[in-house]
Design a binder for this molecule. Sequence first.
Ligand code: ADP
Ligand code: MG
Length: 164
Amino acid sequence: MKNLPYFCRGEVVRGFGRGSKELGILTANFTDSVVELLPGDISTGIYYGWACVDNGDIHKMVMSIGCNPYYNNAKKSMETHVIHTFKEDFYGQILSVVLVGYIRPERSYDSLGKNALIAAINHDIEEAKRKLDLPEHRKLKKDNFFIASASSSMTSSNKITKGH
Ligand code: ADP
Ligand code: MG
């Protein structure tokens, strides 16, 4: 898919609490300024890739890019589920991600129902884990983007890097 890999970085803000706590799948929301930088023609749906919080370890992730129902779908949202168990929340911290591949289009809670949606997300997580073990995807984990995130002083809350 074009636009991939896509690198971005920004502050984690509060979302709407809809879905994730209810579904038991936490999703870290980016600030609007990060979402607004997405290429206009990027498809909505579920992506997989690598993520790190501040200068922590790099983990596998799945991300939903969707139209936000709280703004009559006029605004996109980017919600990242990091495939790792954290000891605490990381609101206000800097999340760095690279979107590596596309899994599927969005499916709504309303159309699927709770159990089917949880099953779909768990399926996405398994697919992400498998795909990210491929050598061509593993190498993005070593990208300078993540090294830079560890060494740069985060003076701005939404430094963005696109491409290499
Ligand atoms: P919100 O509606 O504020 O996004 P969520 O219920 O979706 O609330 O929880 C997301 C928050 O949980 C993130 O902003 C982050 O601080 C925290 N969190 C803890 N572990 C994870 C994880 N593995 N993946 C994503 N967010 C996590
Ligand atoms: Mg969330």
